[in-house]
Design a protein around this ligand. Structure first.
Ligand SMILES: [Zn+2]
Length: 212
């Protein structure tokens, strides 16, 4: 917005005229510098695809329109970078399904005290756990298992009462359709939904906090 304020100053304003003079010199290679306000502004505008503002000095958009355009451009680029990073990180496949946008995750909506916050932190860390590929022995049921997290949450006989309680909550608080869909889910899908992946369409996203 500083750039907008500078460009929208009266044409007689000294600071505005100095800016445009230096900008012209920089763009026409008469000013061989690579650091400073003018290069930084040009670089940022290019990164976010907003260079056109520099040629619109006689017909600037409204302050509201420019602010909205900048916010949209920044959000789009950050979202694109976020998705590129996740796409390259193969071990983040579970995280990608659970947390599907760059917006603040649902898991952070419910903490109301330090205990809740520690629990949310624990859940968020589990999102990025890489599934175990080696067979191991479950410490709770002594069974031979492959993915400890998925097994403990969705398959282990010792945690069955907790799973039943979770699904009962879904049935009582939401709908039988939601309950049935979760009950038919594969262990991996159930794990992801239990940890915060978007629930089925019949459940409003705001209700997800109920089930953590
Ligand atoms: Zn087990």
């Amino acid at each position: 917005m500083f750039l907008y304020k500078l460009m929208s100053l009266p044409s007689s304003a000294v600071s505005r005229n100095i800016f445009f003079r230096k900008l012209h010199m920089y763009l026409s290679d008469d000013m061989p510098i690579s650091k400073g306000f003018i290069p930084d502004i040009c670089d940022l505008l290019e990164i976010y695809g907003l260079e056109h503002i520099l040629s619109a000095y006689n017909d600037l958009p409204s302050k509201y329109s420019w602010k909205r355009e900048v916010n949209t451009a920044v959000a789009d680029r950050e979202d694109m970078l976020w998705r590129q990073i996740l796409a390259r990180a193969g071990s983040f496949s579970r995280f990608r399904n659970i947390h599907q946008s760059i917006t603040p995750a649902v898991v952070w909506r419910f903490p109301k005290d330090p205990t809740d916050l520690r629990l949310a932190d624990c859940i968020a860390q589990l999102w990025t756990c890489v599934p175990d590929s080696e067979l191991t022995i479950c410490r709770l049921c002594d069974g031979l298992i492959e993915d400890t997290l998925r097994h403990i949450v969705c398959e282990c006989s010792s945690t069955l009462p907790l799973r039943d309680a979770f699904l009962d909550d879904i049935y009582r608080t939401c709908s039988s359709e939601a309950y049935m869909e979760l009950e038919r889910s594969t262990p991996e899908i159930l794990l992801q939904k239990a940890m915060g992946a978007p629930l089925i369409a019949t459940i409003d996203s705001s209700m997800q906090t109920t089930f953590f």
